[in-house]
Design a protein around this ligand. Structure first.
Ligand code: C2E
Ligand code: MG
Ligand code: MG
Ligand code: MG
Length: 282
C-alpha cells in the first residue's frame, strides 16, 4: 500500500511499524557507538570432555553492555547487524578479541568463535583470521569457527572457497545447532567439517523424550561415521550427561558443566583446572 503512493511521499505504516522502524534505526546507531566505545565483550563457556569433565576449551559468546538498556542479547542484535552489514566489523572484533584472550591461556586450550553466514562468505574472512592468529602467535588448530547451517544455503561457492582456505590453514570448522536448519545432509557431503554440535533442542530434554534422544543418537552415530567430533549443546543435568555418554557423545557444553563467564573468571577456572591436572589436551 505504501509503495503505490510512490517515492518521496509520506508513507502509511501499519500499527507499530513506525515504532519498530525507529527502534531499528536507534539500534543501528547504538551498534556503531558500541564498537567505538568498547561496549562489547566476550564471555566464555567451557566445553568439556564428559568422561572426566576436563576442560577442552571455551565457546566465545558476545555480550553487549548497552549504556541505557543494560545487557542486550546477541539473539537480538546479531540478526540486525547481519541485515545492515555491521556484523562484518563486529565479527572482526570478535575474532581478534577471542585470539587475544586465547593467547593468555595454556596451549592445550581451544576457543570456538561463532561466525555469521554473511561474514563467512566474505573473501576477507580468511585474511582476518590469519592476521589475528599471527598477531597473537597462535597455532591455528586452537581456533574453531562455528557456523550454522543457514550459512551454507546461499552462495555456496564463496563459502566453500573460504572453508577450504581456512581448513588448509589448520583452523577447525564446526557446524553449530545441528538439526535445526535445512538440508543438513547435503552440507555434510559437500563441505569438510571437523565437528558437529548437536542442538540443545535434542539434548536439553527429559529422559522420556524418546524422539529427541533418537535424533541425538543418530547425529552422534553419523558424526562417528564421518570421522568428525560430536558436541552436545545445552546440557543442564547430570542425567543428560549420562545419556550423551551412552550415545557415544564424549564432549559437551551447557549450564550444568559451566555457564558463560567473563575472561577473568575463565582464566581463574583454567588456573584451578591446571592445578588439578584437569585441562584436556586433544
Ligand atoms: P550458539 O552459538 O548456539 O551459542 C549457545 C547459546 O546457548 C548461548 O546463548 C549460550 O549462553 C546458550 N547456552 C549454553 N548452555 C546452555 C544451557 O545449558 N541451556 C540453555 N538454555 N542455553 C545454553 P547466547 O550467548 O545468548 O547466544 C545466542 C546465539 O547468538 C549463539 O548461539 C550464536 O548463534 C549467537 N552468537 C553469540 N555470540 C556471537 C558472536 O560473537 N558472533 C555471532 N555471529 N553470533 C554470536
Ligand atoms: Mg555457537
Ligand atoms: Mg550452538
Ligand atoms: Mg544453539
Amino acid at each position: 500500500r505504501a509503495k503505490s503512493l510512490g517515492r518521496n511521499r509520506i508513507q502509511f505504516y501499519e500499527d507499530g511499524m513506525m515504532e519498530k522502524a525507529l527502534a531499528r534505526r536507534q539500534m543501528e546507531s547504538d551498534l556503531t557507538q558500541a564498537l567505538k566505545c568498547g561496549e562489547f565483550r566476550l564471555d566464555y563457556q567451557p566445553i568439556c570432555r564428559l568422561s572426566d569433565r576436563a576442560i577442552l576449551g571455551f565457546e566465545a559468546l558476545i555480550r553487549w553492555d548497552h549504556p541505557l538498556r543494560g545487557l542486550v542479547s546477541p539473539a537480538e542484535f546479531i540478526p540486525l547487524s547481519e541485515e545492515n552489514g555491521m556484523i562484518v566489523q563486529i565479527g572482526e572484533w570478535v575474532i581478534e578479541e577471542a585470539c587475544r584472550q586465547l593467547a593468555e591461556w595454556p596451549e592445550e586450550v581451544h576457543v570456538a568463535v561463532n561466525v555469521s553466514p554473511m561474514q563467512m562468505r566474505l573473501p576477507s574472512i580468511v585474511e582476518v583470521v590469519r592476521r589475528a592468529l599471527a598477531a597473537h602467535d597462535l597455532a591455528p588448530q586452537r581456533l574453531t569457527l562455528e557456523l550454522t547451517e543457514t550459512a551454507l544455503v546461499r552462495d555456496g561457492a564463496h563459502l566453500a572457497r573460504n572453508l577450504i582456505a581456512l581448513r588448509a590453514m589448520g583452523v577447525k570448522i564446526a557446524m553449530d545447532d545441528f538439526g535445526t536448519g535445512y538440508s543438513s545432509f547435503t552440507h555434510l557431503r559437500d563441505f569438510e567439517l571437523d565437528q558437529i554440535k548437536i542442538d540443545r533442542s535434542f539434548v536439553n530434554v527429559a529422559q522420556e523424550d524418546h524422539k529427541a534422544w533418537a535424533v541425538a543418537q543418530a547425529v552422534t552415530n553419523m558424526a562417528r561415521e564421518l570421522s568428525v567430533g560430536a558436541v552436545g549443546e545445552g546440557v543442564e543435568s547430570s542425567e543428560q550427561i549420562t545419556r550423551l555418554m551412552e550415545l557415544g557423545c564424549d564432549v559437551a557444553q551447557g549450564f550444568f558443566l559451566g555457564r558463560p563467564m567473563d575472561g577473568t573468571r575463565a582464566t581463574a577456572l583454567l588456573a584451578d583446572a591446571a592445578a588439578a591436572d584437569h585441562i584436556a589436551a586433544e
